[in-house]
Design a protein around this ligand. Structure first.
Ligand code: C2E
Ligand code: MG
Ligand code: MG
Length: 706
């Protein structure tokens, strides 16, 4: 079969392979010879005694003699004695081992050039297995060696460059997780790395192992690593390594895939300096409080938050009264100390979400967030003033300090911080001019309202302690039979100066500040005590209605309170009816529902008070465990002539009847109202027509002896 003897296009000639093989067998020594002659690497054959048997032209050139001059001679005839000895030893090593042996040999060529050869020496046998000698083949690797030397030298140069560099240097292998670089293995680091970080012997270790707690999961870092790993240009960033307590400026890049170089500078000092400058720019160095600049920025954020959340905020401008006097009479040091101590006290009084700043001199500002009522600001102003009342001990002297406070509210008193501050300042001026040691709102009506409320609150506290409350009772009437079916307990405040105060004057405040919980518990206990007393005196009274306020249900333990009142006075649960306002029931939803169910399970009856004023969901109403709806007085008022009131009342009665609930109309004052309601199927009522709320002794004339 013809074979391809040349691949140069257009000059292809074909030879018969069979012919070639035959020729080769006939004349194998001549074919081998031309093969060996052609190989560009020196090839030679020596007998076991080191005598050359054959060699190719390349070997002749190496030795610098022709074939005839070499054959029959040994290396001693051409090389220096020590080299000839070396070659001989290597020949023998291959012969003794009876296998190929390689080594590198420097040989000086006839023109005096020293060249490096990689030599392989192999024992050679004839067809009969008789040892012929050692076959040697050598390759000139001088150029390769020189290149290697160059690389080594440049590596050494770089190495020494990195080692002498002042920047820390780390060469790492990137470790990926889900395609994202997550950790690194140190391949090498320089001396500056060790000196600056204090980390020694890191080579071969993971970064996460060497620097515990380091977070390679910071999204910003991951993004940078991702970009450089994807072949992006070098990037620089600043990072704080908390466990080392150091800041670094780091340049990173990937010289080849998965290889990562980080060159860094320790910038902890610079960062500390920057932080210090920032602190000085934003904080007051005397008190450590934020300064005007800082509070301006915070107020901007607070206003944005208030807009989002639909809340308001207050700016309280606080100015220490007579501070100048302390400064003038006792020196600046005492003044400074007083400011520091006062700032500390004020700071301890504000909530975490609020801010206190020093504006300069003895002026401080509180930024109060999340305000739902303006009263909150008044309450805070009052408590800030109170906290300053205790004397300040400075330099062995007691100093008494008060403060004047001006309050501006967002959004009512201004839409931006500058307006709010200037209005709070105006209010402060008013507080000062009204005699100091007080607060003023920017709007005078607010000041009046808040002051009144605070006074009332203090009064109410005292009233509870002094037991200034009394319970009045109003008859509940059966409209059909004209008999009394029970009474409603209604609290009054026997005020030492104002006389008898109606619930409208204090119940809303007591509900807002939580005092209704103890007050309501007292009313319930008193009503139960009164009922027990009437029963014990032989009066028959079927039912006692007591009002239960929302906060008593969700802030107090209504169930325990009711159980205890009944138990204390030995009353059956069914004689008690608790009135809960419609608004509370609908606002509280499921949590209110649970408690009402438990009360109902106890055996007490439940009524929805002031029905029609809230926004009842009929489906919810249907599920509620209630017995009675009390139609609010507002609808009874216009009966029977007001068409709207009549329509609403009629609808409530119809709905109550269809839900199987009792219905009671409040505020019946005329016979016409009674007749109309009775005619429409409302069988219960309460109102001045039958009797006003009255003292227990007055009510007794309505009671029937058993
Ligand atoms: P309420 O529970 O709806 O009580 C009925 C109110 O209507 C009583 O007012 C009563 O005096 C008044 N009233 C009754 N009949 C008539 C009438 O024919 N004409 C007019 N104009 N008014 C009538 P009062 O006693 O001033 O109580 C007002 C509200 O204060 C009560 O409304 C109740 O919500 C609350 N309240 C009273 N005592 C307590 C209490 O001990 N605890 C709680 N949580 N709230 C109470
Ligand atoms: Mg009531
Ligand atoms: Mg009512």
């Amino acid at each position: 079969m013809p074979g391809l003897s040349g691949v140069d296009a257009g000059r292809i000639s074909w030879v018969d392979t069979a012919q070639l093989t035959e020729a080769a067998q006939d004349n194998d020594s001549s074919l081998l010879r031309s093969l060996i002659q052609t190989i560009p690497d020196p090839i030679w054959l020596k007998d076991p005694a080191g005598v050359y048997l054959a060699l190719n032209p390349a070997c002749c050139r190496l030795i610098g003699r022709n074939e005839g001059e070499v054959i029959g001679k040994t290396d001693r005839d051409f090389f220096a004695a020590d080299w000839a000895e070396f070659f001989r030893r290597k020949d023998l090593e291959a012969l003794v081992a009876d296998e190929s042996r390689g080594n590198e040999e420097w040989i000086t060529s006839p023109d005096g050039q020293r060249r490096l050869f990689e030599t392989i020496k192999t024992p050679m046998y004839d067809a009969g297995g008789i040892l012929i000698g050692v076959l040697g083949i050598a390759r000139d690797i001088t150029t390769f060696w020189e290149a290697q030397q160059q690389i080594r030298k440049s590596e050494e140069t770089y190495r020494s460059l990195f080692d002498h560099m002042l920047n820390g240097f780390a060469y790492c292998l990137m470790l990926f997780e889900q395609g994202q670089p997550q950790d690194f293995i140190y391949l090498s680091v320089n001396a500056a790395f060790e000196a600056q970080t204090g980390l020694k012997g890191v080579t071969g270790k993971r970064v996460s192992e060497v620097i515990p707690g380091i977070r390679q999961t910071d999204p910003e870092l991951l993004e940078i690593y991702g970009r450089v790993a994807a072949g992006g240009p070098p990037e620089q960033f600043e990072a704080c390594v908390k466990s080392l307590g150091m800041w670094f400026s780091i340049s990173v890049y990937c010289p080849k895939p998965e290889h990562f170089v980080a060159i860094f500078d320790v910038i902890t000092e610079r960062k500390r300096h920057e932080a210090m400058l920032e602190y000085l720019a934003n904080y007051d160095s005397l008190t450590g409080l934020p300064n005007r600049l800082m509070i301006n920025a915070r107020a901007g954020q607070a206003i944005a938050r208030a807009n989002r959340q639909g809340t308001s905020l207050a700016i309280l401008f606080v100015d220490l009264d007579n501070f100048k006097h302390v400064n003038d009479c006792f020196g600046h040091q005492a003044g400074d100390q007083l400011l520091r101590d006062a700032a500390q006290r004020l700071k301890g009084r504000i909530r975490e979400q609020d801010a206190l700043a020093r504006m300069g001199g003895d002026e401080m500002v509180v930024l109060m967030e999340g305000l739902t009522r303006e009263d909150d600001a008044a309450v805070l102003a009052k408590s800030l003033n109170e906290i300053l009342h205790a004397p300040f001990l400075i330099g062995g002297h007691d100093f008494f300090v008060t403060a004047s406070i001006g309050i501006a509210l967002y959004p009512g008193d201004g839409e931006d911080i500058d307006t709010l501050l200037s209005h709070a300042d105006a209010a402060l001026y008013r507080a000062k001019s009204q005699g100091r040691n007080r607060f003023c709102f920017y709007t005078p009506e607010l000041t009046a309202r808040a002051t009144e409320r605070l006074l009332l609150e203090a009064d109410l506290h005292r009233a509870i302690q002094r037991q200034e409350f009394v319970v009045y009772y109003q008859p509940l009437w059966d409209l059909g039979t004209g008999t009394m079916i029970g009474v409603e307990a209604l609290v009054r405040w026997q005020h030492p100066e104002k006389g008898l105060v109606a619930p409208a004057g204090f119940i809303p405040l007591a509900e807002a500040n939580g005092m209704i919980v103890p007050l309501g518990a007292w009313v319930l206990d008193e009503a139960c005590r009164q009922m027990r007393a009437w029963r014990d005196r032989g009066f028959s009274l079927r039912r006692m209605a007591v009002n239960l306020a929302g906060p008593q249900i969700f802030r107090g333990d209504a169930l325990a309170m009711v159980r205890q009142a009944l138990e204390t006075h030995g009353l059956p649960a069914h004689c008690l009816l608790l009135e809960v306002s419609e608004t509370f029931i609908m606002d509280e939803g499921e949590s209110g529902y649970d408690i009402l169910c438990k009360l109902r399970d106890l055996g007490v009856e439940l009524a929805i008070d002031d029905f029609g004023t809230g926004h009842s969901s009929l489906s919810y109403l249907k599920r509620l465990p209630i017995n009675e709806l009390k139609i609010d007085r507002a609808f009874v008022d216009g009966l029977p002539h007001d068409a709207n009131d009549a329509a609403i009342t009629r609808a409530i009665i119809a709905m109550a009847t269809s839900l199987g609930l009792e219905v009671l109309a409040e505020g019946i004052e005329t016979e016409a109202q009674r007749a109309w309601l009775s005619h429409l199927g409302c069988h219960r009522g309460q109102g001045y027509l039958f009797g006003r709320p009255m003292k227990p002794s007055d009510l007794e004339r309505y009671l029937i002896p058993r």
